[in-house]
Design a protein around this ligand. Structure first.
Ligand code: ADP
Ligand code: MG
Length: 677
């Protein structure tokens, strides 16, 4: 199994090198080099085939093949074939030799992707008429350069004959029995040589579970190791003072808030360093949880830092913290980029001598030159994860504070547990009582006059309105609405209303002035780009109109929508969009159907696939050989629970039943590495 592929006949140094490039070093790698798809050779009537679907067709050659060369080695051969009474154009790239093999009047079996609109098969391959079509499944492998598919198949076949018997089971009997999983040896075999569709599916199911379990085991082991080794400060604070603080709040905490607070406070108490993700939909009440945790941290005698993405948000947080801690001996300050040098020096001084208890600011907070007396807790709001760089800076300062990230970008659970699997995750999955969900409507741009009427009605009720558009000013390239023009138009159409304009290019003071004018209802409409996206809180705003809504991501639309519906009145969000594609239409429909950020992101993920969702590079998502975290998210969830149980069981660590699993994980470095650093 762990022998080199060079032990197989036909693998010389050159082939070896190319196999290595494909990630195949050992016989085991070869066994686990799964087909990336299976071609269905069952010939189907063309009327049943969907657009873009891969299919095998059979028909009579109806024209002489037309062969054209372009570039040095490239060619395109096209031929018309009569299939089920329809003339289909079949296009074969870079297979010029087919011209000799395809003759007028021949019966041709060929496969490729169907373009329904052009009634064409693209990327075609010709199938020998003798292919075994009973089970219909032929594995398709991705290959490189000189390693041809046929050769790879032969190698795999040879490997099974020579080494197949050495494939041993790595999952414990108990799991095999619980999920009725196919034995490993058989599963590997049937993925390469599917006997029939049912056996194939069982084989696939088994290997998907194995892959996800191993992945989750690694995550859980890293996490366990980190909790044991990364020691932080053991904080002690009076529980009574915390409960008294909570009792004074104008509202009771929701069940979910109470639950996550407990988790966070337990982390603060304990001796390991907190590394926690707090996720909760827009408006679920994360700020108050941050405030209470910071309070506990201050009570233990440490300083806390709250990092936010923008200065506007920093100001809002300072204000709400000051309100919450009014009359208490807790000093809160903002470290602002726009502060005067003298003021800034004073703030830095107060930070380093411990006068300040809680500091709020952008990520500049923890950069070089900012010294704390005793930093104990860092909370990051609405930001992507705390980078390795920030950790390094903290370390150079000799600090090991507890760390928590808050996010309202609802990461679908499946992604959260993959990408953040080694973190502890707390989720606020419940909204405060009495909230009326925002009603979302989707309209084409030509319905604008009716939308304006709707706006007038809201204005008559004394309510305020956000109007969002994608651009700041007119662009030659993009035919989409821009804020400056729109501000001008609305000021004319709604002459007796005061319309504000907000965008990223305004000076800091102008932004502030506009924002507070809107917050004080001196301006009733705010035309803005997405700068209002995060955090901003104006409860009297009950309506949002989003121009060219199809240009925004679903998460972003949801964030924007979260700016309304913060008061007791029914709020509305109007999406103006003429999407051109089906996916575009589907996305608008999803927005009108759900207000739940988690459900929304799950559906967005299904629509786009995980790569697009995060942007592959920054995703930190592992590459799976056979599992698909979107399709297989239920299995992922189960594997996570199983893994969590296993790492904390004594059986896993000592029993003979688990020895193979332990050894496999050991070989994969699960007991050594850690995901970061
Ligand atoms: P987010 O999670 O989006 O940061 P916020 O923390 O800004 O949400 O909370 C949104 C609003 O809900 C705030 O005005 C806050 O005071 C209020 N709020 C928070 N928790 C509760 C609760 N348990 N009951 C009622 N209102 C709450
Ligand atoms: Mg918030």
């Amino acid at each position: 199994m762990f022998q080199s592929v060079s032990t197989l006949t036909g693998v010389g140094p050159k082939a070896m090198e190319q196999l290595n490039q494909m990630g195949i070093d050992t016989i085991q790698d070869l066994f686990e080099y799964f087909p990336f798809r299976y071609e269905d050779h069952a010939i189907r009537p063309i009327t049943e085939v969907q657009h873009d679907e891969r299919v095998t067709l059979q028909g009579k050659v109806h024209s002489e093949p037309d062969l054209r060369f372009f570039g040095k080695k490239k060619s395109r051969l096209s031929v018309r074939v009569l299939v089920d009474g329809l003339l289909v154009q079949a296009i074969f790239f870079n297979q010029p030799y087919l011209k000799k093999q395809i003759n007028l009047g021949d019966l041709l079996v060929f496969s490729g992707k169907l373009d329904r609109n052009r009634l064409a098969i693209t990327g075609g391959t010709v199938k020998p008429k003798t292919v075994e079509r009973e089970n219909g499944l032929e594995p398709v492998y991705s290959v490189k350069a000189d390693i041809k598919v046929q050769m790879l198949k032969k190698l795999i076949d040879q490997a099974f004959k020579q080494y197949g018997q050495t494939i041993s089971e790595i999952l414990p009997e108990q799991l095999l029995a619980t999920y009725r999983l196919m034995e490993r040896k058989a599963a590997l075999y049937h993925l390469h040589f599917p006997a029939d569709i049912n056996t194939f599916q069982q084989a696939k199911r088994r290997m998907i579970y194995e892959e996800l379990l191993l992945f989750q085991m690694k995550m859980q082991l890293f996490r366990k190791k980190r909790r044991e080794e990364e020691k932080g400060q053991e904080k002690s604070f009076s529980e009574k003072k915390i409960s008294m603080f909570i009792e004074k709040l104008p509202f009771p905490l929701t069940g979910a808030q109470n639950r996550v607070l407990k988790e966070i406070l337990a982390d603060l108490h304990s001796s390991y360093r907190m590394n926690r993700l707090l996720q909760g939909d827009v408006g679920s009440g994360k700020t108050i949880i941050a405030a209470i945790s910071l309070y506990a941290n201050v009570l233990s005698g440490y300083q806390g830092a709250l990092m936010v993405p923008t200065e506007i948000l920093a100001e809002q947080h300072v204000e709400s913290l000051q309100e919450l801690f009014v009359g208490m001996d807790i000093r809160i300050a903002q470290l602002s980029g726009s502060a005067k040098a003298k003021e800034r020096r004073k703030t830095l001084q107060n930070l380093s001598d411990g006068t300040i208890n809680i500091i709020v600011g952008t990520h500049a907070l923890i950069q070089e030159g900012v010294d704390f007396a005793n930093l104990g807790f860092v909370i990051t709001d609405e930001q992507h994860r705390f980078g390795v760089e920030q950790r390094r800076v903290l370390k150079t300062k000799g600090l090991q504070p507890d760390v928590m990230f808050m996010t309202a970008t609802p990461i679908p659970r499946t992604l959260a547990i993959s990408a953040f699997g080694d973190m502890d995750v707390s989720t606020i999955d419940e909204m405060p009582k009495g909230r009326k969900p925002v009603k979302t409507h989707w309209a084409n741009h030509d319905k604008l006059p009716r939308v304006i009427d709707f706006m007038k009605k809201e204005l008559v009720k004394g309510h305020q309105i956000y109007v969002i558009c994608p651009l700041i000013e007119e662009s030659e390239k993009l035919d989409v609405q821009n804020a400056i023009d729109l501000h001008h138009q609305l000021s004319q159409v709604l002459a007796d209303t005061s319309v504000g304009l907000m965008h990223g290019r305004l000076h800091h003071d102008e932004k502030d002035a506009t924002m507070s004018a809107f917050a004080n209802n001196e301006k009733q409409i705010l035309v803005s780009t997405t700068v209002v996206e995060v955090g901003v809180n104006v409860p009297n705003a009950t309506m949002m109109v989003i121009y060219d809504a199809d240009r925004f991501g679903l998460s972003q639309l949801h964030q924007l929508r979260g700016r309304v519906g913060r008061g007791s009145e029914q709020a509305h969000c109007i999406l103006l969009a003429n999407p051109k594609t089906d996916v575009g239409k589907e996305r608008m429909t999803i927005m009108t159907e759900t207000n739940d950020g988690f459900e929304l992101s799950q559906r967005d993920l299904e629509l786009r696939g995980p790569g697009d969702f995060f942007g592959v590079k920054q995703s930190g998502l592992p590459q799976f050989k056979i599992a698909d975290i979107v399709e297989d998210y239920r299995v992922l969830e189960i594997a996570r629970q199983d893994a969590a149980k296993l790492v904390n069981s004594s059986a896993f660590w000592s029993s003979e039943d688990y020895r193979m699993l332990r050894e496999t994980l050991e070989k994969q470095g699960a007991f050594r590495e850690s995901k970061f650093d």
